[in-house]
Write a protein that binds this ligand. Structure first.
Ligand SMILES: C[S@@+](CC[C@H](N)C(=O)[O-])C[C@H]1O[C@@H](n2cnc3c(N)ncnc32)[C@H](O)[C@@H]1O
Length: 287
């Protein structure tokens, strides 16, 4: 039988040989998952059961083929909370934590204790669930077009004991927004890749759902449609908060300006890239 340390070294080497720059980290995550221990290498000489060895080897093989670690594990952490993840949803990114921070900052500054928040294009529900955990008296809605993603949002809501409202709908269907009003904050990380991006995706991203990635020829379709359609659903003085892709900030800002939003603030992500925007519906604007 192989020891934990022997198997770990073999797997990490295999991933390194396939050019994985995070080979040690990925192997450790797989070991943590299989042994359900935070520090599985604290017992390096312990023999690995045949069943666990088989599963570890299968996982490492998949990983060596470029399959994302998060889909292999079926779970990932976002803002310190645990989320179920499947290939039906986008893998939650650390960049998106900045978007969550933006919303929390608005609530802190404006003293919003029980805001009505809509998370559009909710995916795994990572934004909606996190906001409900951080602002327990908020009324949070998650809107998502994919039924399979909705099933994952339901699991994540239950897993985190976060009582949110989950709606399976198309965010750009005018009938859906027709009677919605008095929303405090709309938050959205929509699909934003351009056709050119889609044609040159990194291998790992090709495993994520196209529905979560493609934002129209220039990547801006959702910003145009959502901004124009959802502004009437916001309270006067309410906020619209977006995440967007590399170098899209000027275009998204222009869409917000054209739609008469004010107090437009851009924020950088952890890598220093301008990644999110918050904008306010004028207090005096007529709908
Ligand atoms: C970029 S992902 C974001 C997921 C999640 N909010 C996050 O930040 O990890 C975009 C999501 O929008 C969903 N989506 C695409 N078109 C939509 C539409 N017209 N209405 C509602 N959701 C849509 C996709 O299924 C996908 O889950």
């Amino acid at each position: 039988m192989v020891s934990r340390k022997e198997l770990y070294n073999e797997c990490a080497d295999m991933l390194k040989n396939y050019g994985n720059p995070n080979a040690e980290f990925d192997t450790l995550c797989i070991f943590q998952d299989i042994f359900d221990e935070k520090n599985p290498l604290f017992r390096p000489m312990e023999a690995v059961s045949q069943e666990n060895e088989k599963t570890i080897r299968e996982y490492v093989k998949k990983r060596s083929e470029g399959y994302p670690l998060q889909y292999i594990l079926g779970k990932w952490e976002f803002y310190g909370y645990n989320f179920r993840i499947s290939p039906d949803v986008l893998i939650p990114r650390p960049d998106t934590e900045v978007l969550v921070e933006n919303v929390l900052e608005i609530c802190r500054k404006e003293g919003k204790i029980s805001p009505v928040i809509y998370d559009l294009c909710s995916g795994s529900g990572c934004i909606a669930v996190t906001l409900k955990k951080e602002i327990p008296s908020a009324e949070v809605y998650a809107v998502e077009i994919s039924q399979k993603a909705v099933d994952i949002i339901k699991q994540n809501s239950a897993l985190n004991n976060a009582d949110i409202n989950i709606i399976n709908s198309n965010v750009i269907d005018p009938e859906f927004t027709e009677n919605l009003k008095d929303i405090d904050i709309i938050v959205c990380n929509p699909p934003y890749l351009t056709q050119e991006d889609m044609d040159t995706l990194q291998k790992e991203v090709t495993f994520e759902p196209e529905l979560a990635l493609f934002g129209g020829a220039d990547g801006l379709s959702f910003y145009r449609e959502i901004t124009a359609q959802w502004k009437k659903c916001l309270k006067k003085g309410g906020y619209l908060c977006y995440e967007f892709g590399y170098d899209q900030h000027e275009d998204v800002k222009n869409i917000l300006v054209e739609n008469k939003f004010e107090n437009i603030k851009l924020t950088r992500d952890l890598a220093g890239i301008i990644r999110t925007v918050t904008a306010q519906k004028p207090i005096k604007q007529e709908d």
